[in-house]
Design a protein around this ligand. Structure first.
Ligand code: SF4
Length: 409
């Protein structure tokens, strides 16, 4: 896979050495067991895959290069480039400004833009409406484009099945930048509807099967369907695509549920299902699959707790948390700064969108075994800083450099 020029501040000698060693030992990426870092009283099991993915490194390279090459110009990002606070604040400190917040709320009016301004499209991509808006202001919309190719792949899939007259069901978070972009691209080709979870899928399936009167649909799915969507016609032939960072098990369950609803409604045998259900397979990206499978692999080991590092608004990170929570006490932190002391930390409860203050997260016993991973937008340097901070609670901070040297061989 292509390598990118990412600022050194985001790299970690320890994590780079571990990833390099694991890659050499397992080039085909078949081994999802974690890496053991045994520090005596603290044993850390590090997930096989975590941290910056292709799309994030691509976006960072383009954004930082754009800043470097355009001194004196006004540089804007449509919204957060990726969901990581450190990377976003580093860009802000270099003078880059955000036009919108992550929910699409305008922070700087469009009218303030000038034709010689630079506007960077974030890794999530953007909507066709925003592209037109930029065009109308004299700005070439895709000149500084960091849209991840794996997001574009989803748009292409939606276009392909739309061309075959299937309606597209997008499984994603309706307010997430990527899902808004995918919705926009898809609806330019075919009727499109967004479902956020299994519960909404159950309700949509009831409309597919005609079990719920059609009139209720428009209120129930308000803001989630394309203009002119006709619930009596546009749910007869469908295909499902995803936001790239959803939970793999839920994604599969949703596609299966919709398929089953279509099968039941039209009494279709398996060999004729393609008449009304497009085979999209899942459109999660490789990083989401690798990171979630690595967490599943890591959870096979006995442990006392899990720590997941990443931006609080990062979708892919929250799904890693969800997987860990099924088995262990799990703490979702954005950086080492949230580890206040051996007994105290701040961590994010993404179910209720609030930061919690908890105590005694590290058991008294020794050794403590801790599972550690991070999201696709989290710099490895932050994961190393988390390891250092944890070790400092045991007076073992210097062990990090020894471990890095040992893995570097
Ligand atoms: S998580 Fe996947 S889709 Fe998102 S930027 Fe990374 S590779 Fe691209």
């Amino acid at each position: 896979m292509k390598t990118f020029n990412v600022p050194i501040i985001y790299r970690s000698p320890l994590i780079s050495a571990i990833k390099q060693q694991r890659k050499q030992q397992d080039r085909m990426k078949k081994d999802f067991s974690p890496t053991l870092l045994d520090f005596g009283p603290l044993r850390i099991l590090l997930a096989r895959h975590f941290g910056f993915c292709y799309g994030v490194e691509n976006a960072i390279e383009i954004a930082f290069r754009t800043v470097e090459e355009n001194e004196g110009k006004r540089i804007f990002l449509l919204s957060e480039m990726i969901h990581n606070p450190q990377v976003n604040s580093d860009l802000l400190s270099r003078g880059v400004r955000f036009l919108m917040d992550t929910s699409g709320k305008q922070l700087i009016p469009w009218e303030d833009l000038r034709p010689d301004d630079i506007v960077i499209i974030p890794a999530f991509g953007t909507t066709l409406e925003i592209e037109s808006r930029l065009q109308s202001l004299g700005i070439t919309p895709l000149q500084y484009n960091t849209t991840c190719p794996f997001v574009e792949r989803v748009w292409n899939k939606a276009e392909q099945i739309g061309a075959k007259e299937y309606t597209v069901i997008v499984h994603g978070k309706p307010k997430h930048e990527e899902t808004r972009a995918t919705f926009s691209h898809s609806r330019s080709h075919t009727p499109t509807i967004v479902v956020k979870d299994m519960e909404q899928t159950h309700r949509l399936a009831a409309y597919i099967k005609g079990e719920t009167p059609a009139e209720g649909f428009y209120e129930e799915f308000k803001g989630q369907y394309s203009e002119g969507f006709d619930v009596t016609r546009h749910l007869e032939r469908v295909g499902v695509v995803n936001q790239t960072t959803m939970l793999a098990s839920e994604t599969q369950a949703i596609a299966d549920y919709v398929k089953q609803a279509i099968q039941e409604k039209y009494a279709l045998p398996e060999d004729r299902i393609s008449e009304r259900f497009a085979d999209t397979r899942d459109t999660l990206c490789y990083a989401t699959n690798d990171n979630q499978t690595a967490v599943t692999g890591m959870l096979e080991s006995a442990a006392d707790l899990a720590i997941v590092v990443g931006g609080y608004n990062s979708s892919n990170t929250s799904h890693l948390v969800e997987l860990c929570e099924e088995k262990l006490p799990t703490y979702f932190i954005s950086s080492e700064e949230k580890l206040l002391s051996r007994n105290e930390l701040l961590h994010y409860d993404f179910h209720h969108s609030q930061e919690l203050h908890s105590f005694r997260f590290l058991p008294e016993k020794e050794p403590v075994t801790l599972l550690l991973t991070s999201g696709a937008s989290c710099p490895d340097a932050i994961v190393e800083a988390v390891i250092r901070k944890l070790l400092s609670f045991y007076g073992l901070e210097e062990k990090v450099d020894e471990a890095a040297a040992a893995f570097a061989g």
